[in-house]
Design a protein around this ligand. Sequence first.
Ligand code: FES
Length: 86
Amino acid sequence: MEKIKVKVCQGTTCYVMGGDVVKSILDTLTEKYADKVEIVSVRCFETCHKQDSFSKAPFVYIDDEVVSSASVEKVINAIESKLSDE
Ligand code: FES
């Protein structure tokens, strides 16, 4: 099974809006998902540049699906949902 790729934006806007916290907490959970999920930091997706998107940072992509106003809970729920679909 191909791993789900979780891309946590570490661009300035997302970082300031809490993306660093999301990444730090997700890193502590990697053991649980190690064989199913790959969590990586990426630079700005430019999603924050879209109109009315600035306040929805931080952004996390789970494969091609964007999670806005990303919190650890929202990201974990999205991961669990995707895993249950597979
Ligand atoms: S800084 Fe995260 S999408 Fe731009």
